[in-house]
Design a protein around this ligand. Structure first.
Ligand code: V47
Length: 364
């Protein structure tokens, strides 16, 4: 395999990867541009193995999307709807908490809860949902509200982000998911999500959370109008932030789904690009412990293959995924544990059911 990497003109990067040395932005661009997927994957697999050995993780989780009403109306999103329009919805606090109550008989360990930027729900709505979930299921880990929502909640509470987070933590917030990062480039944000929190703003919220001991994830929405340079700048900003605060747990590349969006003239991402994003991020983000292949977006089959291209996590059972399905995902809305275990074992890894913070719940 090493000769294949050298033949692909990536021998210098191979030497760096072997020495566990950081690669540069220019080298990341070369990896993205290399037509030799197997060579790039081989390098990523070396990094994955060094960091996570034989383990590949999944979680027993549940998604709750309390409302799709959103003032941002990003062009790439099929989930967000204007208030009062067709297909817009908003759960009451009781309905959102009820989603967790409905599944008390399942060994779920994490609720992943996100929604739109709602124009008029009060701050108490969000703290009441957190408290309500903890009342019905005290042991559950609540991973909720993207950095974009947290920034909105701070405005609602009329408090700095730090204080807002402290209030949310006291109400039951345990960690923050990675959504809303999109691509940090202001060119991309102006063209696709001009009303959204800036990339710099997103990073500031994440770093503030880390300083309070809250872990967060990070994502990148790829496969629309971004350039390779913009992808690499996004990864570089994340790597720099992680050097400062070390609070990111996982990076999750999100494959753009165009259906029902204002960018539906674009095609879906290719398998090669999906694997490249996993692989290059694994090599470049040397300070991120985990890279997640989100099966909902790239499909269980490619998520399985991604375990040989740098990923060490396939997300989890999910249950009732809405955001990607509104944008035309053809995957299931949930996956059972035996299926997750099977795809991981077939990929030659040891399946590990994890808690949100990568604590081991069960090895299979
Ligand atoms: O924030 C929106 C993206 C995100 C589309 O932290 C789209 O562990 C593809 O962030 N096509 C929500 N993506 C999902 C998300 C996530 C998922 C799984 C795990 C974690 C984690 C985070 O999905 C949004 C946005 O960036 N998105 N529209 C679309 N059409």
């Amino acid at each position: 395999m090493e000769s294949l990497v050298i033949k692909a003109g990536l021998g210098d990067i191979l030497d760096k990867v072997k020495r566990a040395e950081r690669i540069t932005k220019e080298e990341a661009i070369r990896l993205y541009e290399s037509p030799d997927l197997l060579a790039v994957g081989y390098l990523a697999n070396m990094v994955r193995e060094r960091k996570n050995g034989d383990k590949a993780y999944f979680i027993y989780n549940q998604h709750v999307n309390y409302s799709n009403i959103c003032t941002n109306l990003c062009k790439f999103c099929a989930f967000g709807k204007e208030k009062g329009t067709d297909k817009s919805y908003e759960m009451t606090v009781e309905e959102a908490v009820g989603k967790v109550r409905d599944r008390l008989d399942e060994p779920i360990t994490e609720v992943h809860m996100v929604g739109g930027i709602h124009p008029d729900l009060p701050f108490s709505y969000y703290t009441d949902i957190l408290k309500g979930i903890k009342e019905v299921r005290p042991d559950i880990h609540v991973q909720a509200f993207t950095c974009v929502e947290i920034d909105h909640l701070a405005k609602l509470a009329d408090k700095p982000v730090k204080e807002t987070l402290e209030i949310l933590m006291a109400a039951g917030l345990d960690s923050i998911p990675g959504g809303g990062a999109e691509v940090f480039s202001s060119r991309i944000r102006e063209k696709t999500c001009p009303d959204k929190l800036s990339g710099q703003g997103w990073l500031e919220v994440a770093k503030t959370a880390h300083r309070l001991g809250l872990n967060t994830n990070a994502t990148m929405l790829y496969g629309h109008i971004e350039t390779i340079e913009e992808r690499v700048e996004h990864l570089a900003a994340l790597r720099e932030a992680q050097d400062e605060t070390a609070g990111f747990l996982a990076f999750i590349p999100l494959a753009f789904h165009p259906k029902n969006t204002k960018m539906d003239d674009l095609s879906r991402t290719s398998g090669v690009d999906d694997l490249k994003n996993i692989a290059v991020s694994r090599i470049f983000l040397d300070n991120f412990p985990h890279i997640k292949a989100y099966w909902v977006m790239i499909g269980p089959k490619l998520a399985q293959v991604a375990l040989s291209f740098g990923a060490d996590d396939v997300d989890g059972t999910v249950k009732e995924e809405i955001i990607t399905h509104m944008a035309g995902a053809d995957t299931e809305q949930a996956m059972a544990i035996p299926e997750l275990v099977r795809i991981i074992k077939e990929a030659g890894r040891t399946p590990v059911q994890r808690g949100t913070l990568y604590d081991v719940i069960k090895e299979y």
